[in-house]
Design a protein around this ligand. Sequence first.
Ligand SMILES: NC(=O)c1ccc[n+]([C@@H]2O[C@H](COP(=O)([O-])OP(=O)(O)OC[C@H]3O[C@@H](n4cnc5c(N)ncnc54)[C@H](OP(=O)(O)O)[C@@H]3O)[C@@H](O)[C@H]2O)c1
Length: 164
Amino acid sequence: MRIIIIAAIAQNGVIGKANGEMPWHVKEEFQHFKQTTLGSAVIMGRKTFETLGKPLKGRKNIIVTGNRDFITEFEETKICHSLGESIDYCKSEKYEKAFIIGGGQIYKQSMLIADEMILSFMKFAAEGEVKFPEIKNDIWRFVSTENREQFEIRKYVKINGKTN
Ligand SMILES: NC(=O)c1ccc[n+]([C@@H]2O[C@H](COP(=O)([O-])OP(=O)(O)OC[C@H]3O[C@@H](n4cnc5c(N)ncnc54)[C@H](OP(=O)(O)O)[C@@H]3O)[C@@H](O)[C@H]2O)c1
C-alpha cells in the first residue's frame, strides 16, 4: 500500500486558518484533489473532519482523534485513535492507496511514514496560522510538475529508506 500526502500550499507555506477555515477556494484544485483521491482511503485529523462537516463522497474517510468518545453519524467514516492505527486499518482493508489529507498536525506526523507527496503549490500567498511542514530535500526527491492556472502540482517520492 502506498501512503500519499496530498495538500494545497500557499506561497507563504499556509494551508489553513486556526479556526479550521481554508483561506481560498479554487475549484480546479478541489477537482484535482477529488479526481486523485476517489476510490481510496483518506486519513485526516479530527479538526479537518470538523471543517468538512461531512465525509468526502466515494472515499473511506478515516478520522484520527485522541478522544475515545468521538463518534460520527456517517457510515463512510472510521474513527482511529492514532496514525498507526489508521494505516493498519487501510492495510487490513486492502486499499492500494491511503491519502493523508491533513491538516497541519497530521501532515507533520505523516512526513515520517509517507511514500509520496502530491502537492499543489498555489500561485498566491494566504492568511492563516496553519502551515505545511518543511520539505527536506535529502528526504524527498522531486519527480514531476504539472502547471495549472492558479497552482502547480509537484510530485515527490521518499528517498529510499530515509526518514526525518
Ligand atoms: N490546504 C490543505 O491542503 C489542507 C488540507 C486539510 C486541512 N487544511 C487546514 O488545516 C487546518 C487544520 O489542521 P490542524 O493541524 O489544526 O488539525 P488537524 O491535523 O486536522 O487535526 C488535529 C487533531 O487530530 C487529532 N490528532 C492529531 N494527531 C493525533 C495522533 N497522533 N493521535 C490521535 N489523534 C491525533 C487530534 O484530535 P483530538 O483533539 O480530537 O484528539 C488533533 O486535535 C485547517 O485550517 C484546515 O482548513 C488544509
